[in-house]
Design a protein around this ligand. Sequence first.
Ligand code: B16
Ligand code: MG
Length: 220
Amino acid sequence: MNFRCAIFDLDGVLVDTAKYHYLAWKELARQLGFEFLPEQNERLKGVSRMTSLNILLETGGLQNRFSEEEKERMAAKKNARYIEYVSQMEESELLAGAKELLQQLKTRGIKTALGSASKNAPLILNNVGIAPLFDVIVDGNRISTAKPNPEVFTLGADMLRIPYSSCLVFEDSEAGLQAAKRAGMYAIGIGNEKNLPSADIVYPCLKEFETDRYFPVKQD
Ligand code: B16
Ligand code: MG
């Protein structure tokens, strides 16, 4: 195996922002009169902001109660609260092995891309100090379709002019892994094998990833 490009999901792979999404959604749920539980938050991982809101309303039995304008206002309110949390993030919140792997890939001449559904990705990457380690950043502001549609990954590869078969994707969500496979890319699952059936292989975290196996050091 000899790949030319590594594409990273953000939440759940490089940082744990799911906990801040959860706190912000939980506050909105309280204002709407119901409790939002941690296990219900699992369904929001990897999906877009408006899809997350629809799932939240469904768990509270409030689906089809609000107009699109009202939902836009609720999503904006949740996002303002989420931004308050992620604005406080710093390098110590990077997940184990994330920065080391990105640096190692750069020294090996491998292109790096972000492929995240989050519209807040640039703010988070800047706060945790890894924005300069990416050649291209594809986030929720640049795409029109959500995972499992492969657009978030194919756009990055197209910008770098690298064939999809030479790209390797790191993802913690099943929808994201399906997106990688649909693009014809190699899919590395990060997390628990039983939740990630579409992965080509699963590692518990980036620290356990076997860099030499996929990105061997070139001999002169
Ligand atoms: P925002 P990822 C995703 O990030 C999160 O996993 C998901 O929970 C969130 O709803 C989505 O970003 C949109 O985030 O509201 O900040 O635009 O896993 O694709 O990096
Ligand atoms: Mg994710």
